[in-house]
Ligand binder design. Structure first.
Ligand SMILES: [Zn+2]
Length: 80
């Protein structure tokens, strides 16, 4: 299982955008979640969140007991 394959499942492989409906901001975090009712325990789903919506998405997943972890999203254009 390759994380990039999941991200490329979206139609925009070059720029990772926020998973919040209607939001086009660049994603800065990835929310890892699993729904035990429909997924096997080792299955991991990834949502992407921008600065504005990562907390919102995490709260949404937490409230449904789906949330596993939130990780920073590494950026290709990162400058030191
Ligand atoms: Zn957003």
């Amino acid at each position: 299982m390759n994380l990039l394959d999941m991200l490329n499942g979206d139609s925009s492989p070059a720029t990772a955008t926020c998973s919040r409906k209607g939001c086009r901001n660049a994603a800065t975090a990835q929310l890892v979640w699993n729904n035990p009712k429909v997924h096997t325990p080792e299955r991991r789903k990834i949502w992407l969140g921008c600065d504005e919506h990562t907390a919102w998405l995490e709260d949404y997943l937490r409230s449904r007991s789906l949330w596993r972890e939130t990780l920073p999203l590494a950026s290709d254009g990162e400058r030191g």
